[in-house]
Design a protein around this ligand. Structure first.
Ligand code: GLA
Length: 736
């Protein structure tokens, strides 16, 4: 049993493979957190941890905090009733009073996770605890849902706010998680960045006050990933305590740690309160997104592996999990908008027999889309560029042994488009103000039923007529004015959340209408890479930065939370279009092999020897692909902290591994040394490239010396296999 309730103590215990999460109901009926951390003995009574403070205990101290809040660690923190820290919920009643006082009123242990009415994606799951807190004056319930994923050490949480009263209430903040810790001995790990520089790992020590990330962009964004982890200062890759929190949400979000005057920490996570209000009419409910909590006592690596298992098993569309994906060749970096039917066919024919299985026609195939300034929204083929239509391109793919894939950007419109000219009022804009443009485009107001229905039917038509078996869904700008002509003035704070719910409705409609089509998510690169998107898209384009060196940092950060089988990575041409860097093909291929592998480059500029190498590189990828799809990731070095990057992908039964070692600048001294984590200590393994046989513990603790590297940005890949014969055998090292 992963969820138990001890009635005499009024204590709830949630237990996963490696953690316990415990809270109880106090005498005053508050739901009070007691513990989250390493797994405790069954039946452990932690109610002693709660020492109720009375006014007498508090006599003489006049810092102004009501006594009970000096001892409470509320499971769902509330506002304006004595707790001065940032709260999970902020509500205004019909009188405008901002007070909420939530007390326990009941609970249920449900055999299955309940369905979500708003359509917001949550992880598939079983047994779920639902605890109801009630504000008796407002007649408002807050139901807290907890689902334990015992096998991967994960606990998910979300809240549902129900107005049972007679008057509307206004939600001004409705977060998914509030999690208190009695100390502040933490750093906050966050994933921050920018376009073409997504998810850089940042660690910030906590101090009194706030540390966190969040944005108001209406997308999970390149800038701040909806993820944060509280880690002990001694936490390392494979040791130490860490608490991860990943929000399954693609809109504006907040992840914030607060340390109070008493040196206690509160982690809050959920929908960004800036720009958010929600009017809840009598009888209505508001569902927050789900947050995925992960505790590890064995470092960041173990946390990441738990998340990877969880997303693979419970979030990604099951029909794609563990399945090899097509090796794609994408037209974007090589051709941008400047292609013709002839040049596309030339590229496709040029890749015949290379092992590439699917050609993706990226942006530029529709309307007057000859640059980013026009045509977005006009989803009819540009017959000047493609006189034979998409059919001709798809046929050419088929004749050359490839399938066909297509790029769409359904949520957006250029003002210079027929769609905009016909419906200038269909965009998100504020009355009386010129719309703010970004990449020359506006965001369609999908919160309006007529706009959403139009886009649904347009996209259905485009996809069904295209002959595509792969769709790349892009979204290249963020939300600004946050006003909708379809909502009353008091509901304008709902625009961003309603927008993302509409995106989910569209994604659900299209992915379920075309279940055999592989949808790849994208948002100006990796600007909407989050757990909710992974519910629809089994893979997401990691970044518009395809330079292999930069990709080591971006893929390192992305892998903190998301599995490699969700990370789309392409080998691109050199000099890199973004930074001009020239990196050897073997390095570009090795770094791209740590994800869903593909290509995008200018065929005309491709050196013949690189073209000739593609079949071998694809075959090499196919050899380790099952480790990308299903294996465990072990990180040994990363370019965020050093000149080197090295990881190992290890099969679940530990019989095989694939390791990649990369060195940025060649220091011209000793040959690189590398340790390999994740293997069985007492098993012998053969390292094919070095002709070495060593025990797993030797590989982990002593390590191996690699052949000397002779240039910058070089790489060494290792294929490691357990040998059945148990005798340790060490052969000569090759000469460096
Ligand atoms: C975004 C994507 C690119 C490409 C372009 C097309 O930037 O990330 O891969 O599809 O849009 O405009």
């Amino acid at each position: 049993m992963s969820i138990t309730y001890h009635a005499a103590r009024k204590q709830f215990t949630l237990a996963g493979r490696n953690f316990s999460y415990i809270f109880h109901v106090t005498d005053e009926a508050y739901l009070n957190h007691l513990y989250y951390g390493a797994k405790l003995s069954d039946g452990a009574d932690l109610t002693y941890r709660y020492q109720k403070c009375t006014e007498n205990d508090y006599a003489g101290q006049i810092d102004g905090t009501p006594a009970k809040y000096t001892s409470l660690m509320p499971e769902y923190s509330q506002s304006n009733y004595g707790d001065f820290r940032a709260a999970a919920i902020l509500i205004e009643d019909g009188d405008g009073a901002p007070v909420i006082d939530l007390r326990y009123s009941g609970h249920e242990i449900l055999p299955q996770k309940p369905r979500i009415a708003s359509g917001i994606p949550v992880a598939r799951g079983g047994e779920t605890l639902a605890v109801t807190l009630t504000d008796a004056y407002l007649n408002v319930d807050v139901v807290l849902y907890y689902t334990v994923y015992e096998d991967c050490g994960i606990l998910t949480r979300r809240a549902e706010i129900r107005n049972r009263g007679r008057k509307p209430i206004r939600l001004k903040r409705a977060l998914s998680v509030s999690l208190d810790f009695p100390d502040a001995d933490f750093e906050l790990l966050t994933l921050v960045g920018n376009h073409a520089c997504e998810r850089q790992v940042r660690k910030t020590p906590l101090t009194v006050g706030f540390v966190g990330v969040g944005n108001s962009r209406g997308m999970s964004s390149h800038h701040h990933s909806p993820f944060a982890a509280l880690m002990r200062p001694d936490c390392r890759e494979e040791s130490g305590e860490i608490y991860g929190c990943s929000l399954m949400y693609s809109g504006s979000h907040l992840e914030q740690a607060e340390v109070d005057h008493g040196n206690r920490t509160r982690l809050l996570c959920g929908i960004q309160p800036q720009n958010f209000t929600w009017v809840l009419e009598p009888g209505e409910a508001f569902e927050t997104p789900e947050a995925v909590l992960c505790y590890s006592s064995c470092g960041m690596g173990a946390m990441s592996r738990s998340y990877h298992d969880f997303f693979r098993q419970y979030v990604l569309p099951p029909r794609f999990v563990g399945q090899p994906r097509p090796i794609v060749f994408n037209s974007w970096e090589g051709m941008h908008f400047g292609f013709s039917q002839e040049s596309l066919m030339h590229a496709i024919e040029g890749m015949r027999g290379s092992g590439i299985e699917l050609f993706v026609l990226d942006d530029g195939w529709f309307g007057r889309r000859n640059s980013a300034t026009a045509g977005l929204g006009d989803w009819t083929v540009n017959t000047q560029k493609l006189p034979g239509g998409l059919r001709a391109v798809a046929d050419c793919c088929r004749e050359n042994g490839m399938r066909f894939g297509l790029w769409i950007e359904p949520e957006m419109v250029n003002p210079d488009s027929n769609l905009y000219r016909a419906h200038p009022d269909w965009i998100i804009r504020a009355p009386g103000r010129a719309p703010v443009l970004s990449r020359n485009q506006c965001v369609l107001d999908l919160t309006r039923r007529e706009v959403l229905d139009f886009i649904k039917s347009e996209m259905y038509r485009v996809i069904s007529e295209s002959g595509a078996s792969y769709i790349k869904w892009d979204a290249n700008r963020h939300l600004t004015e946050n006003w909708s002509a379809g909502l009353s003035p008091e509901r304008q704070g709902e625009v961003q959340h309603r927008y993302i719910l509409a995106v989910y409705e569209l994604a659900e409609y299209l992915t379920s209408s075309f279940p055999d089509i592989l949808f790849e998510g994208c948002s100006g690169g990796g600007g909407r890479f989050d757990g909710a998107m992974l519910h629809y898209f089994p893979q997401i384009w990691v970044s518009d930065d395809t330079d292999a060196h930069e990709r080591t940092g971006i893929q390192y950060g992305t892998g903190m939370c998301f599995p490699l089988c969700a990370q789309s990575c392409h080998v691109s041409g050199v000099p890199n279009i973004r930074n001009g860097r020239v990196i050897p093909l073997r390095t570009r291929a090795a770094i791209a092999s740590l994800g869903i592998y593909g290509y995008e480059f200018d065929c005309n500029a491709l050196p013949p020897e690189e073209r000739a190498q593609i079949p071998a590189d694809i075959a090499a990828y196919r050899r380790i692909e099952d480790l990308v799809l299903n294996g465990d990731l072990y990180r040994m070095k990363n370019t965020a902290e050093s000149n080197e990057f090295s990881v190992a992908l290890v099969s679940k039964d530990r019989s095989r591994a694939y390791a990649v070692y990369y060195q940025a600048l060649n220091p011209h001294k000793n040959a690189p040394q590398v340790r390999i984590n994740g293997l069985d200590d007492h098993r012998l393994y053969r390292i094919e490239e070095l002709n070495l046989v060593l025990y797993g513990d030797v590989l982990r603790s002593v390590g191996i010396q690699l052949p000397r590297m002779h240039q910058d940005f070089d790489v060494c890949t290792l294929h490691i296999e357990a040998v059945s014969d148990a005798a340790e055998k060490r052969e000569e090292m090759p000469e460096p």
